[in-house]
Design a protein around this ligand. Structure first.
Ligand SMILES: [Mg+2]
Length: 215
């Protein structure tokens, strides 16, 4: 007879899984020190707001071309949602990123919410493509909704079998899959070059991420 895994243990197991996923995609801390990150937080916040303002302009420019099934693709971590709080709490060790993702503690970027509202008011579909593993997909969705990013949206998580050194094949294939279903990806926003590489988007915006990089 087996007992259900206690919640704390289940979370710990997911944490291990996520840390392995982060390792396989080789997410690495930048050389920016915790003190430098904290000192630069206001400038970082402003740059994110500016990035989403640029994204909104690009979206509007694309919509003037009357695309079929216009869709905005967003990355989640350090794009739609911020993990700053969890990371700051552990001096920006990447374990903080895992904690936020596993425990659903990521916080929506207000600028991302404004872009989503702007897009939806113009009948644009929203699709999230995250590097988080499939085992955490339900938790990711729950976190988005709890942060006021309600459905409908589609959410793609990284398949368990994908152990590539880079997220580019998975993320670009996920965009292609949307395109195959008739979507025109008018805008793709992410904080990593790997969110945007591989094409399949009419326009892209790269947000800054002074904390970590994911190939
Ligand atoms: Mg990201």
């Amino acid at each position: 007879m087996t007992r259900p895994l206690p919640r704390a243990l289940a979370l710990a197991a997911l944490l291990v899984l996520l840390l392995a996923a982060i390792a396989s995609a080789a997410t690495v801390r930048t050389a920016t020190t915790p003190a430098q990150l904290r000192a630069g937080k206001a400038a970082y916040d402003r740059a994110v707001v500016a990035g989403f303002a640029k994204a909104t302009k690009q979206l509007d420019a694309q919509l003037r071309k009357h695309p079929k099934k216009p869709t905005v693709v967003l990355d989640i971590d350090e794009t739609a949602m911020s993990n700053w709080g969890c990371l700051d709490a552990v001096d920006f060790d990447l374990g903080g990123l895992a904690t936020c993702v596993v425990q659903g503690k990521s916080v929506a970027n207000p600028a991302a919410k404004r872009l989503i509202a702007h897009a939806r008011a113009r009948k644009v579909a929203i699709a999230f493509i995250t590097g988080a593993p499939e085992a955490l997909c339900a938790a990711r969705r729950k976190n988005l909704v709890a942060q006021g990013i309600k459905g409908p949206f589609t959410l793609a998580c990284r398949p368990a079998g994908d152990t590539a050194d880079t997220l580019v094949p998975y993320k670009s294939a996920a965009r292609k899959a949307l395109q195959k279903r008739g979507a025109t990806i008018v805008l793709n926003v992410g904080d990593q070059a790997s969110d945007l590489a591989g094409g399949v988007a009419k326009s892209t915006v790269k947000l800054p991420n002074p904390i970590y990089t994911t190939p």
